[in-house]
Design a protein around this ligand. Sequence first.
Ligand code: ZN
Ligand code: ZN
Length: 266
Amino acid sequence: MLFYMHERAFPRGNDPRSGAGTVILFKSPFLPALVLSVELHTHSSLSHDGRDPVELLLGQAEAVGLDALAVTDHDEIDASLEAAELAPEYGLVGIPGMEVTCAVGHVLALGVEELVPAGLPYDETLDRIRQQGGIAVIPHPFQKSRHGVAAYVTDDQLAGADAIEVYNSRLLTGRANRKAERFARARGLSMTAGSDAHISEMVGQAVTDVDADARTSGAILEAVAAGKTSVVGKRTPWRISFRQAAGGAKRRLHRRVDELLGTVRG
Ligand SMILES: [Zn+2]
Ligand SMILES: [Zn+2]
């Protein structure tokens, strides 16, 4: 129990009980940069085609060892805001956002806290996201059947986004992903991955490693827009199930310790 509490006090330099947005980070030029494992594209049951509540998505993100999670429902934001608020309880940084259906297809709005309306022109959608201080990431751009925008915008418009999702784990063949990666490389654009999870088990299938200055949503998105990312791709299933089991047990223990501490503190 004591060992556990010690471990909880210093998980990856951040104490989740200290509240959302609080950073306890020792930075030294002699330490390696802070690389965070981030899941940028997931759907909750608030999406018409999603299944699970945000608690299950957060639980899975914690279990597979992620540092941050964005819930990005189709044209809805309420569950994402809830997830961002709950995230610290799971030792995670919550990134609020949504997947906007603009006039020509899907755009991920990350770091926004107000709904970006559906159906607006592509350029205006990007403007609206940035007006809120968010960043625009183009998911599955070359997958026309899944509302990728590339067929309907110019290359310059596509390159006007803050990042391109070059690995979407829901694509059956790698062709559209490779095309997105080639485009991003040719244009020197930032690259991200997204599991596009519609069920919690898929969370963490495609991870973006982000070289951030701090463990906050703002620092992560700033680093994403600056291209300080690497795309991790698919995690092996056995590892997920192992860590999921371990994570569940750990979380139950956390709750018990918090309860006990609560009792002591009165
Ligand atoms: Zn989509
Ligand atoms: Zn999606």
